[in-house]
Every structure is written in structure tokens, then in C-alpha cells.
Design a protein around this ligand. Structure first.
Ligand code: COA
Length: 290
């Protein structure tokens, strides 16, 4: 599938997805929303066929994403409330589709992630940001509010941080974003790509169906009392244990060998200029550089 405002590069089982409207700092309008929604549907199918195991989301040019396109939103002044609701529902569906992807989504944040851009960070499973990156739920500064992104952001940062940051619209640094759980790792710009790649390698060393099941389990169990969670969690682990992938993983551990799904990491070990991977016990191994 080809896109106008997105760049997609597939490298083996990893998709590199880049927002590509650098002149407006990758702000998204109706068209980007439609493309991202279509991309998410195609990606879900590709993941289901087992062709895809991780996605890295980044932004072209100076900035990850400046949120919703203000020029596009300004047009909404002439829309009725119903038309605005339809627009917002389309944006909500896009965020939900990204949030529910059955493969891990790794966010690579440089420059700024503001408004809906911070919302995109919130639907990523793993977020790596450069030290200088700026974040903010700036909507109230424009007289609007971070409504569509709120379920995803609240799930990441909780109520207290949201009360401060949604209400002030203040911009805050990557270190604060990490403190509140929006970002997982903050690194110097020069280490942004290598850190993202380290996460990707870790993801490729784990069972793809196990990752999908773990990702699906989190929203199912979150907030449930333990006794209500129990049948769900018991069913989840039982289905993994009897699955071909679960049995292969458990057997590989006992037989002290690499499970089939990460065999390619071992195959490329001698030729790639990489540093760390994990052994069957999850210990980090240092590989020799060429
Ligand atoms: N929507 C539409 N256009 C936007 C935009 C947005 N959200 N954010 C930036 N742009 C445009 C600017 O209007 C400018 O256009 P111009 O070249 O025609 O003047 C261009 O992108 C570059 O912006 P500029 O501010 O000069 O870039 P910068 O690199 O110095 O700063 C940001 C980047 C993201 C920090 C800054 O643009 C910004 O704060 N944007 C607003 C973000 C925001 O509040 N988003 C929430 C929307 S709900």
C-alpha cells in the first residue's frame, strides 16, 4: 500500500513507519488520520499472518509530531457540532487502532511531541526520547482540550500528572515525561537510533504470539479486582502453555538452545555490528563486534 503522508519501510519482520509532513512538524489532519487508520488495519493483517513482529514510529524532519493540524482544526469553526463529533470519532478510531495493534509499537521521539503527538507517544508500547525532546498536552492553550487522547494518556500517566499537565497545557522535558510514565528511556540524540534498535532486538528475541497475548492482557486485567482477573489470567497462561510457540519456548530453555523464532538473530550474529542480545534465560549477552 502506498501513502502520501506516511513513509513505510519493511526490514524483515520490522516496519519503520515515519510521519511525513515535516513542513508542518508532522501535524496530522483528516488525510493523515485516514492513512494511519488504513495503515493500522493493513498492519494488523500482516501481523496476523506472522509477517510482522515490531513497528518503529518516528517523525520526518525536525520534530516527531506537533499534534493535530491547527489549520485543519481552524476549518472546524464552520462545522456543526455533529460534524465535529464525526471528525473526532475518526481520530479516536485511529488512536484505538494504533493502541490495539497486535505487535509492539516503539516510539522514537525527537524534537517535540505535543497535543496529539504526545497522544501518539501514549499509544506506543515502548517510547525512547532524546534528552532535548519537549512534550506537552497543549490543547487548553488553544482553547480546546486533550479529549480524544485522554483514555490513552491517562492509562500511561495517571490522574495526578494529568490534572497538572492537561490543565496548564505546559510543555515539559523528556526527563519529566519519563517520570510520569509517558516515556521509558531518555538518551542523548546520538544514541536514539541504537537504543530503539536494542529494543527491537529484544522484541525479536521473544515469542511473537506471547508478545501479542501479553499486550492484549494488560488492558483486560488493568483495574480488575484479583478474583475477577483470576479466570482471565489462568486462561491466558494455559493457552500459552499448550500453544506450539509456548511449548517450543519452554523446550528450548530446557534444551539450552535458541527458540525457533529468534534463530535469525543467531544467524546474523556474526555479520551484524550489534552489541547485546539475550540468551535463553533472558541474560544479556555481549556479542563481539567485527
Ligand atoms: N498544526 C499546523 N501547523 C503547525 C503545527 C500544528 N500543530 N505546529 C507547527 N506548525 C507549522 C507552523 O505554523 C510553521 O508553519 P510556517 O512555516 O508556514 O510558518 C511550521 O509548522 C514550522 O513551525 P515552527 O514553530 O516554526 O517550528 P519549530 O521547529 O520552531 O517548532 C514546534 C516546532 C512543534 C515546537 C512548534 O511548531 C509548536 O509549538 N507547534 C504547536 C504545537 C501544538 O500546540 N500542538 C497542539 C495542537 S492541538
Amino acid at each position: 500500500m502506498s501513502y502520501q503522508d506516511l513513509i513505510t519501510n519493511r526490514e524483515g519482520p520490522v516496519e519503520y513507519l515515519t510521519l511525513n509532513r515535516p513542513d508542518v512538524r508532522n501535524a496530522f489532519n483528516q488525510h493523515v488520520i485516514a492513512e494511519l487508520t488504513a495503515w493500522a488495519a493493513a498492519t494488523r493483517e500482516s501481523a496476523t499472518r506472522g509477517e510482522l513482529r515490531a513497528v518503529v514510529l518516528s517523525g520526518a524532519g525536525k520534530t516527531f509530531c506537533a499534534g493535530a493540524d491547527v489549520t485543519w482544526m481552524t476549518k472546524s469553526i464552520s462545522y456543526t457540532e455533529d460534524e465535529n463529533r464525526r471528525d473526532a470519532m475518526a481520530m479516536s478510531r485511529m488512536f484505538a487502532a494504533l493502541d490495539e495493534l497486535p505487535v509492539p509499537l516503539v516510539g522514537r521521539i525527537h524534537g517535540a511531541a505535543l497535543g496529539g503527538g504526545a497522544g501518539l507517544a501514549a499509544v506506543c508500547d515502548i517510547v525512547v526520547a532524546e534528552e532535548a525532546a519537549l512534550f506537552g498536552f497543549t490543547e487548553v492553550q488553544l482553547g480546546i482540550l486533550p479529549a480524544v487522547i485522554s483514555p490513552f494518556v491517562l492509562a500511561k500517566i495517571g490522574r495526578s500528572a494529568a490534572r497538572e499537565l492537561f490543565l496548564t497545557g505546559a510543555r515539559f522535558p523528556a526527563a519529566r515525561a519519563r517520570e510520569i510514565g509517558l516515556v521509558h528511556t531518555v538518551v542523548p540524540t546520538t544514541e536514539l537510533d541504537s537504543t530503539v534498535e536494542r529494543y527491537v532486538r529484544e522484541l525479536l528475541s521473544a515469542g511473537p504470539q506471547a508478545i501479542a497475548a501479553a499486550k492484549a492482557l494488560i488492558p483486560q486485567v488493568w483495574g480488575l479486582p484479583v478474583d475477577e482477573a483470576m479466570p482471565l489470567t489462568a486462561a491466558a497462561i494455559a493457552s500459552r502453555r499448550v500453544s506450539r510457540e509456548g511449548q517450543e519456548g519452554l523446550r528450548a530453555f530446557s534444551e539450552k538452545r535458541t527458540p525457533s523464532w529468534s534463530q535469525h538473530l543467531m544467524d546474523t550474529k556474526d555479520t551484524k555490528d550489534t552489541t547485546d542480545t539475550t540468551d535463553t534465560k533472558g541474560n544479556v549477552l555481549n556479542q563481539t563486534r567485527e
